[in-house]
Design a protein around this ligand. Sequence first.
Ligand SMILES: [Zn+2]
Length: 158
Amino acid sequence: MDHEYYMGLALELARQAAEHGDVPVGCVIVKDGQVIGRGRNRREERGDATAHAELEAIRDACARTGSWRLHGCTLYVTLEPCPMCAGGIINSRVDTVRYGTRDEKAGCCASVLNLFEERFNHRPRIYRGPLERECEAVLQNFFEDLRGRPEWTPQKKI
Ligand SMILES: [Zn+2]
């Protein structure tokens, strides 16, 4: 399996999120070499606190496969999952998670805590990378651009 290729697809979705004014996070779900789910952060676009990339990708994959069980799937996401998305990963039984860069404020694979080490009924395998630097850079560029804009105020900071 070409991890860089699939993380690259997730990065492409992250860039699309930024084009729509959303914090750039992208996600793809892969099974047997096929991309079966895609998602990008649409929180601002939809005005929906739950419109995170991972949940969008999980919904997409469930709709395509007709099953809520995503056994045999690997989820690639550019940013470490938050508690809500970690919950979605546990509930959908995704086998493996690969995340790009750490989220010190909300990450639930290592940073704030590791939800996947707790006594839930499903424990996916977690890996960091590949393309950590690229995943971090897309976020840094987004926030640098935001700070450069005259309409930006600290209240809007995410
Ligand atoms: Zn999330």
